[in-house]
Design a protein around this ligand. Structure first.
Ligand code: MN
Length: 228
């Protein structure tokens, strides 16, 4: 096939001893930890977790220097458990998710232009320019589920220049992994290669050029990036 210009390359993540994982789409869930809902000014009893997306081209490999993005003076990293799906479908039953659909798990950062997000929320406008910008999705290699087993609890932490900013446990997620995949699959047909960022705990705050961000989840490869 000859195209008008060379098509964009396939974006992939390493997956330990498995072949590289080709990334299709990146879904994200917001407002999935009660303490984070509160720190953002919401009431977890009245708030439903919300889905949004980033383009696959926003992925950043572990160890990278990430340029400080334009259009913001309030860049904030959010540490998140990332699910990697190797099987898709619609209306996926929650009890089938963890062993039939999840290929593995990774540590990701949902980079957010918080000032643009606040402005969008205030005006009822879309979040895309706050969430789906270039280099907004750093992610580690994937740990296949046959190494890790189903990941549903364990420490999730974010450090900036060695200082702990976010520290929680995966068991504090409002929608758990099976419910996230089930609910998303009632809204769109999921595909092999889709990633799902599962939300961030409390403690979000700004970073500046030169900051070193370390994100960890028990049992998974740690993520380190530097803001350029
Ligand atoms: Mn997030």
């Amino acid at each position: 096939m000859n195209y008008a210009f060379p098509p964009a390359p396939v974006v992939s993540l390493d997956a330990m001893s498995s072949h590289p994982f080709p990334v299709n789409r990146i879904f994200c869930i917001g407002q999935n930890y009660a303490e984070h809902v509160r720190e953002m000014g919401g009431d977890p009893d009245k708030t439903q977790p919300v889905f949004f997306m980033k383009p696959a081209s926003a992925l950043v490999q572990n160890g990278s220097v990430v340029p400080y993005p334009p259009g913001t003076s309030d860049l904030q990293p959010e540490v998140e458990l990332v699910l990697a799906l190797h099987k898709g479908g619609k209306n996926i039953p929650a009890d089938k998710v963890e062993y039939d659909y999840v290929f593995g798990y990774a540590v990701g950062l949902d980079m957010t232009r918080r000032d643009l997000q606040r402005a969008a929320k205030d005006k009822g406008e879309p979040w895309d320019m706050a969430k789906a910008f270039d280099n907004s999705a750093p992610c580690t290699a994937i740990t296949p589920e046959f190494y890790s087993g189903a990941v549903s609890r364990g420490k999730i932490e974010l450090k900036v220049n060695g200082d702990v900013r976010q520290s929680s446990d995966l068991s504090d997620m409002i929608l758990k992994v099976p419910q996230i995949v089930h609910r998303l699959s009632t809204l769109v047909e999921l595909k092999p290669g889709d990633l799902i960022y599962t939300g961030t705990p409390a403690g979000v705050g700004p970073v500046v050029s030169g900051d070193v961000i370390e994100a960890t989840i028990a049992g998974l490869e740690p993520l380190t990036i530097t803001i350029g």
